[in-house]
Structure formats: structure tokens, C-alpha cells
Ligand binder design. Sequence first.
Ligand code: VGL
Ligand code: ZN
Length: 197
Amino acid sequence: MHALLVIDVQNDFCHGGALAVAGGSEIVSGINKLIGQFDAVILTQDWHPAGHSSFASSHKEHDPFSLIDMPYGAQVLWPDHCIQGSEGAAFHPGLNVDRADLIIRKGYNPAIDSYSAFFENDHKTPTGLEGYLRTRAIDEVTLVGLALDFCVNFSAVDAANLGFKVNVHSDLCRAIDMDGSLEQANKAMSGAGVSID
Ligand code: VGL
Ligand code: ZN
């Protein structure tokens, strides 16, 4: 059983959004075309409460895209984005969401960011997705979406470490690419056994 995992194709990561990823909107129609080819379709939705600890606005004297130390490790500080219930947190209006079996929300814990669809950034607190996949006998996942060097990367590496067969369709992903993050992500994914095409 093979699932398509569509990562964070939300307005804030697309053209005009609060944390727009260059070319983010371009992947929507290609993702829609893929959706029919899988046994299961799962969407993730970045879903932060206002004042989330990953927002630069929550830390005095820190600019967006700077790094801080959190109890669980280094954290990039982001512009406010994907606030629960906001238009920015909604899926891109062109994405075919009707065929999704499951929507998994992440980043709702005010104190911990969650790039991965499987674990929060402490690499311990589960989102529940692993159990969902296993109980549906899904052993292979293909990932597409935003952003390739953050949420797609962390999700793909976690999935591989959990023992799933993992593919990333990089033509249906776009990257933020700050300070070599894309190169680092490609290394991490390859090292974990993720196949990237
Ligand atoms: C993401 C930064 C902050 C992502 C989410 O979807 O890659 N990046 N929140
Ligand atoms: Zn986020």
C-alpha cells in the first residue's frame, strides 16, 4: 500500500503568502494529477496558534530567519505564518483536497515547532501519522509539497528512519533554500535512504 503525502500546500507558503516559497503555486496542478494514482492521500497542514514560539515576533530582538536555541535544539525563527483558522493556513485554493483521506495538522503546540509530519521538532512527540499508516498497512510513501528543505525533508527522513520506503518527487516540491539548507536537506534525505527523483 502506497500513500501520497502532500506537505503544507497552504496559502502562506505560496505566492503572496507570509512565508512564500518561490514557485510554490507552480506545483499544485502536478500534485492534482498524481492524486488518483495512490492507495491513500494524506495532506499535512502547518497549524500554529498566534504567538507561536517559532515566530520571530514572539522573541524580542530577533529577526525572521535568524536562529535561536530552544530546549529541543536550534530553531529558525519565521515570520508569523499558518495561524490556525487564518486564510494563510488554508490550502491553496487550486489543490484538490476532496480526495484526501486524512489531514494531519502539526505545529499546534505553542512551545515546539513541527516540521515533520511524524514528530515535533523534539524528534520525540508523535503526531500520530505513523500509527495511521501502519494500521492501514501502508509501507511506502511518496512526498510532494513545501518546503523541500524543511517540512518535506524532515518528514521524508523520519519516514525512512521508521522503516517506510520513501520517495520524494522533487519536481513537485519547492525549497526555501536559506544558508545552504537545500544542499543539507538533500544530503540528509539521501543518507536516510530516501529516493529523490
Ligand atoms: C515550514 C517553516 C516553518 C514548511 C513550516 O512547511 O516547510 N517551514 N513552518
Ligand atoms: Zn510553520
